[in-house]
Design a protein. Structure first.
Length: 163
């Protein structure tokens, strides 16, 4: 029989209804907390590896740039490589001559307002040349791996360091 609006529920049903709501709220909270970004913070002062002293005016962004130095090959296309020398990024493709349009200036920032919500501890790579600007999110950098996400498409590029 359907319940009428002004009819009161027995105490046992009220408790079960309340526990069901609490369980639903806790489940939603747990899902939210586990989906949050929990990347390691990379901010701070860069120190000299030999002396251990802080380097003036150097930030974690420069650490990312230092880790990027060298030649990397694309994991999905072994003929595609990139070379990073200082603040110069050069795309290369085996068998093709490199042109000025393949060379980009590098800048690293913590904000990319056009495409992202800019969560804390996120670094963005901006490549620019005479005709183009290429924005990427730096997903991770190690001694052997460089992982980037291209905006606005969201395509992930994974590179391995050439030995």
């Amino acid at each position: 029989m359907p319940r009428m609006q002004n009819q009161k529920l027995p105490l046992g049903i009220k408790k079960r209804h309340m526990l069901t709501r609490i369980a639903a709220i806790l489940t939603i909270g747990l899902i939210f907390m586990t989906s949050c970004d929990n990347r390691q913070q990379t901010g701070g002062i860069v120190t000299d590896k030999q002396t251990g002293r802080p380097l003036e005016d150097e930030t974690a962004y420069n650490t990312s740039l230092q880790l990027m130095q060298g030649t990397w090959y694309h994991t999905q296309d072994s003929l595609a490589t990139l070379t990073i020398n200082g603040k110069l990024w050069t795309f290369n493709y085996k068998g093709e001559k490199t042109t000025p349009y393949d060379r980009y200036s590098i800048s690293i920032t913590d904000k990319l307002p056009e495409y992202a919500k800019n969560p804390e501890n996120t670094e963005f790579l901006i490549l620019t040349n005479q005709t183009d600007t290429l924005p990427y999110e730096i997903l991770g950098i190690t001694d052997s791996t460089l992982s980037l996400m291209y905006f606005p498409l969201g395509k992930i590029h994974l590179y391995r360091r050439q030995k």
